[in-house]
Design a binder for this molecule. Structure first.
Ligand code: SF4
Ligand code: SF4
Length: 97
């Protein structure tokens, strides 16, 4: 953060797309479980992307359609919300080693 003046809430972009600290620092190293997606079960509904409180579930798109959904382990906290909301149970929380 190096003494940099932080923006006030009124200066944040609409919809709050992550201010740079969320991507600048790796904050996922204290999780004890990690989400693992079964690609064969995932129907790419993006529910996990919408519900992840850390914006750590990512999606890649091709022609405006989701092509791949994957966790960003550098920022995932292992809370398991993604696994709970997945409608087809495609996400398993496995112990972090
Ligand atoms: S375990 Fe929690 S932080 Fe990690 S991707 Fe799932 S919802 Fe996001
Ligand atoms: S909620 Fe489940 S099915 Fe939907 S994108 Fe996430 S992993 Fe895939």
């Amino acid at each position: 953060m190096s003494g940099e003046k932080l923006p006030e809430w009124r200066e944040l972009p609409i919809a709050g797309i992550p201010y740079k600290f969320s991507t600048e620092y790796k904050t996922g190293d204290w999780k004890s479980f990690r989400p693992v997606i079964d690609e064969n079960k995932c129907v790419k509904c993006l529910t996990c992307v919408a519900f992840c409180p850390d914006m750590a579930m990512k999606a890649e798109f091709e022609n405006d359609k989701p092509k791949r959904v994957y966790p960003d382990y550098d920022h995932c906290k292992g809370c398991g919300i993604c696994a709970s909301v997945c409608p087809v149970k495609a996400i398993e929380m496995v112990p972090e080693v």
